[in-house]
Design a binder for this molecule. Structure first.
Ligand code: IPE
Ligand code: IPE
Ligand code: MG
Length: 249
């Protein structure tokens, strides 16, 4: 590693400054492909390299949780050919990366409506989750078939069932009761949300969990996003004054 790269890492790791939980809306694969007159799935394939780079850089920086939005509930409405290309890539990603992720101490967790996955992908997803369940270096949350409104709706339904069955009273329904029934139960809220490709919207990602998350919009398209860009986002995060509604110290 060059001296300049080392210096960058040292600045990223300034005491007390690394975000514990980084979430990323990985966007811009289609535009990356279009710029090169290539089919959209080639953009998605190149996006896999960015996933690898960002996982490695997160471990280097000491991030505890990395959440990646890979496929939304709304993305099922894309053309069938694109959906099946994305699902094949998901399977390929797991097949080629599972052992290395495991060796690096990454715990892979899939979150979303996994019942909508086909049997092959579902088996791959369940397999890597079981294989890496004991790991603790980095939690890699991969959101697939995920929508935040559906996640919150599901939590409310679970609470309604508990109340109807007498396991809980309406007075016990508080923020912790809701947070504890989201897919992310037990996980700290994201400190930093990155969206690539310059889009300034949340697109139904983590609506509950992002209440006080710092936002970083990068103009870079996802297949061009890597270590350097992640570290730039963390340096930007360092400059934020997180007040949580209070006044500055
Ligand atoms: C992000 O890239 C990947 C997914 C949403 C699955 P896009 O496919 O949304 O790329 P653009 O936004 O069309 O460029
Ligand atoms: C958000 O990107 C979903 C993922 C990155 C998986 P989209 O490309 O689907 O979002 P919109 O349609 O631009 O809001
Ligand atoms: Mg997009």
């Amino acid at each position: 590693m060059s001296a300049a790269a080392d210096d960058l890492l040292a600045r990223v790791k300034a005491p007390g400054a690394v975000p514990r939980h980084v979430a990323i809306i990985m966007d811009g694969n289609g535009r990356w492909a279009r710029e090169r007159m290539l089919p959209r799935p080639i953009g998605h394939r190149n996006g896999m390299k960015s996933v690898r780079a960002v996982v490695e850089a997160s471990i280097e920086a000491g991030v505890e949780v990395l959440s990646l939005f890979a496929f939304s509930q709304e993305n099922w409405q894309r053309p069938a050919g694109e959906v099946s290309a994305l699902m094949s890539l998901l399977e390929e990603y797991i097949q080629t990366e599972a052992n290395e992720l495991d060796e690096k101490g990454v715990r892979v967790v899939f979150l979303g409506d996994l019942d909508r996955l086909a049997e092959r992908q579902r088996a791959a997803v369940d397999g890597v989750m079981a294989q890496t369940a004991h790991n603790g270096t980095l939690v890699l949350n991969l959101f697939i078939s995920y929508g935040a409104r559906a996640e919150i709706t599901r939590a409310v339904r679970l609470i309604a069932e508990d109340v109807a069955a007498g396991r809980m009273t309406p007075a016990q329904v508080d923020e912790a009761a809701i947070a504890g029934r989201l897919f992310t139960a037990g996980c700290p809220d994201p400190d930093l949300l990155i969206r690539t490709s310059g889009e300034m919207r949340i697109s139904n990602f983590l609506l509950w969990q992002l209440a006080y998350t710092e936002l970083h919009i990068s103009p870079v398209l996802w297949p061009d996003f890597g270590r350097r860009e992640l570290f730039d986002a963390i340096l930007d995060f360092h400059s934020r004054d997180r007040r949580f509604g209070r006044v500055s110290a």
